[in-house]
Design a protein around this ligand. Structure first.
Ligand code: AMP
Length: 397
């Protein structure tokens, strides 16, 4: 069966068509600037060159239509419409309601709407994607895969904030965590690579991309993760602050005579390694090059980033009791031996050592710890689309 995986944002839509049997990506692509001038679809059918079609896409319905046209057209299409057996949707926030992936029906759509105030930028866009697929592919079963679901096993002591408990009861204010599909996939894959049952392992997964989060996985279940009510909490990220004293918000508002919206924008879009480097870049390739050339801001930003990651690893070692493996994934985690090396230098308390040659790896599964290391250090490329396709197939076959 062919599974269409959709990750729908407010003005963009990423897609992959995956064969459930071979798990090959048959086609993948992106619709950009939906509802904005200059919209286009860019896609790459398996084994062929990238194709770009510039055409107005006034809404997501048209975007989905164009995806289907791209996948099924006579000239360079890869399937017929009736071969697409199911659609898997990435949904950012499932609140406490969704602890695993589910087949989408009207009740599920209503429940996703109900938690939309927890992810006001993302969930409504995800829902638009669902509605558009229903319209263009009526009768094709669809599955919702939630970024928050894997973290729902966190115990209360890990997910509660030190706020009056009534705020949790009334408004659901708690830590939810994100990137769950990635943390789940990578921790399971690490167990497979090590030839062990996930139930017997304590694993720390470092998802280090432009957005970054870390999780503690005990016996296959998440017991803590760094992102919170929103993806702003935790590690220092590309442009997000991660953990800060909440009083900073009021302090900046008074100093700069700015609004909550202004400061929220500052914390999400202008901070992180970008802000720390004095706006040099949020891209680790630029920062690492500048670091090596002695750029003070780049060093400051990358050092703060690696320090924060190592600090979380330390706290998760406490939460887990012992650590079998630490996995690096996402753009920086998979590709940057430099940043991985700086993080691992700080992990001698765990008896971790790095094999410098192995740590040169980019984008491939590899154990990068030395033979004497007390904990396995691993690069495990994430594959959220494949994880979504697997869940979708399992629930609709
Ligand atoms: P993601 O959000 O997972 O797509 O990751 C994006 C981040 O990965 C950006 O900060 C990139 O700079 C970073 N990245 C990608 N390739 C490399 C690389 N070869 N070295 C360092 N950072 C990289």
């Amino acid at each position: 069966m062919k599974i269409l995986v959709i990750n729908c944002g407010s003005s963009s839509l990423k897609f992959q068509l995956i064969d459930s049997e071979t798990e090959a990506v048959i086609c993948k692509g992106l619709c950009e600037r939906i509802g904005i001038d200059g919209s286009r679809i860019v896609y790459t059918p398996e084994g062929k060159d990238k194709i770009t079609i510039e055409e107005p896409m006034p809404d997501h319905n048209r975007a989905i239509e164009m995806v289907i046209e791209a996948l099924t057209n006579k000239e360079n299409g890869v399937v017929s419409l009736d071969e697409i057996g199911a659609v898997g949707h990435r949904i950012v926030h499932g609140g406490e309601k969704f602890t695993k992936s589910v087949v989408i029906d009207e009740e599920v759509i209503k429940a996703i709407e109900d938690v939309s105030d927890l992810a006001p930028l993302h969930n409504p866009a995800n829902l638009i994607g669902i509605r558009a697929c229903q319209k263009v592919m009526p009768g094709v079963p669809m599955v919702a895969v939630f970024d928050t679901a894997f973290h729902q096993t966190m115990p209360q002591e890990a997910y509660l904030y030190g706020l009056p408990y009534s705020y949790y009861e009334k408004y659901g204010i708690r830590r939810y965590g994100f990137h769950g599909t990635s943390h789940s996939y990578v921790s399971k894959r690490a167990a497979e690579i090590l030839g062990k049952d996930a139930k017997d392992l304590n694993i720390i997964v470092c998802h280090l991309g432009n957005g970054a989060s870390i999780s503690a996985v005990k016996g296959g279940e998440c017991i803590d993760t760094s992102m919170g009510l929103t993806p702003l909490e935790g590690l220092i990220m590309g442009t997000r602050t991660g953990d800060i004293d909440p009083s900073v918000v009021e302090f900046i508002m008074k100093k700069e005579n700015s609004s909550v919206a202004d400061v929220t924008n500052l914390l999400n879009k202008k901070s992180g390694v970008f802000g720390l480097s004095n706006d040099l870049s949020s891209d680790f390739r630029d920062l690492e090059d500048a670091y090596v050339e002695g750029h003070e801001g780049a060093k400051r930003a990358v050092d703060a980033f690696t320090y924060r990651v190592a600090k979380y690893i330390g706290s998760y070692a406490v939460a887990l009791g012992s650590v079998d493996a630490i996995c690096f994934t996402a753009g920086v985690g998979e590709n940057s031996g430099f940043t991985r090396g700086l993080i691992c230098e700080r992990l001698s308390f765990l008896g971790a050592t790095v094999d410098a040659e192995a740590n040169k790896v980019r984008g491939e599964e590899k154990v990068i710890s030395g033979p004497d290391s007390k904990v396995k250090l691993m690069v495990v490329p994430t594959n959220e689309e494949l994880a979504i396709a697997r869940d979708t197939y399992a629930l609709t076959r």
